[in-house]
Design a protein around this ligand. Structure first.
Ligand SMILES: C[S@@+](CC[C@H](N)C(=O)[O-])C[C@H]1O[C@@H](n2cnc3c(N)ncnc32)[C@H](O)[C@@H]1O
Length: 309
């Protein structure tokens, strides 16, 4: 039920008063980053940016906008993530549509893009394009694409790449297709509904230069410790990798070894404590070289890159 605002009828609330009230309600509901959330929701309702919001802080706010704002504040206070309420999240400087069918892209996942571009020598590829010398078309696949954020970011960075993106979720793929269209790369991303890389039969399909993935890696029994925003609202297929969380890496590494070109690159996002397990999986077979782990800004091992020998 939407909570009704209880200002006296004689008072015409202005934008500042509405914002302050929104912040107070989110703060008392222990919403993390409550100031930012209250701002984003009001900017969404008014269709404005932050500069406009503060420049017009004394403007009256009409009753319809106020009702819509406090309906969203109530939903946020009850645990719904701000991004599902506004339907958007920024990733790699691009705005992505998000719905409850997809994981909300995280800033730390941007490290995957950085590592992949570094390994591919992307700078050299771009220089070749500017001088007009055609680059060889890279073949890339993003496994578990969700909103499509990784596939779209790579397609934008690498205009000569052919990108594939897989997911087991039909609904997630629909969101990813819309994001590819809104970022003008729909003609270069091929979306495939499949389990990991199963649809790409190694004996029939050309191999890939880069396989990249942010797979589900949370352990089932960690669910109670997750923030309610994550546990109760983000898709469980995007979160949980199995009882231990890291099960999906073994299958993904096996499938990747059969589907990468000679010297092809594997880039994986790592779960909180999965680095040593994934390194052991790679060390168990002679196929992999140049194994390197990159930490995120919090100092947590976040990205593993390896090359097929
Ligand atoms: C952690 S989310 C990552 C989404 C997106 N790539 C990102 O980084 O924000 C994992 C995604 O993998 C998908 N997924 C889970 N199991 C899968 C499987 N066996 N094969 C393909 N995709 C899978 C989920 O539906 C979800 O969209």
């Amino acid at each position: 039920m939407t909570e009704l605002i209880s200002w006296p009828k004689t008072i015409v609330p202005d934008i500042r008063a509405a914002l302050k009230d929104g912040m107070a309600r989110l703060s008392s509901a222990n919403v993390p980053s409550h100031t930012l959330a209250a701002e984003l929701l009001l900017m969404y309702v008014l269709g404005c940016d932050r500069a406009w919001l503060y420049a017009h802080a004394e403007d009256p706010i009409d009753a319809g906008a106020l009702r819509r704002y406090f309906a969203l504040i109530s939903r946020r206070a009850a645990g719904e993530p701000t991004q599902y309420l506004t339907g958007k999240q920024e990733f790699w400087g691009l705005e992505f549509e998000v719905t409850p069918a997809v994981l909300i892209p995280r800033p730390e996942t941007e490290h995957l893009i950085e590592v992949a571009l570094e390994r591919l020598g992307a700078r050299g590829i771009k220089i070749n394009m500017r001088t007009g010398v055609p680059s060889p078309a890279l073949r890339i696949v993003d496994v578990g694409t969700g909103s499509g954020c990784i596939a779209v970011a790579l397609a934008r960075e690498l205009p000569h790449a052919n990108v594939y993106a897989t997911d087991v979720s039909f609904d997630a793929l629909a969101v990813a297709r819309r994001n590819a269209a809104s970022h003008c790369v729909a003609d270069r991303i091929h979306f495939v509904e499949t389990d990991l890389l199963t649809a790409f039969e190694p004996s029939r399909e050309p191999k890939f230069d880069l396989i990249i993935s942010n797979p589900p890696y949370v352990a089932r029994d960690e669910a109670p410790a997750l923030p309610r925003e994550v546990r109760d609202h983000e898709p469980h297929a995007a979160l949980f990798g199995g009882p231990a969380g890291s099960e999906i890496y073994a299958r993904l590494i096996d499938q990747s070894a059969e589907r990468l070109n000679h010297k092809g690159i594997l880039v994986l996002e790592l779960g909180y404590s999965s680095a040593s397990h994934v390194v052991d999986l790679l060390s168990a077979r002679p196929d992999w070289t140049r194994v390197k782990i990159t930490d995120d800004l919090a100092g947590i091992p976040r990205v593993l890159a390896a090359q097929l020998a």
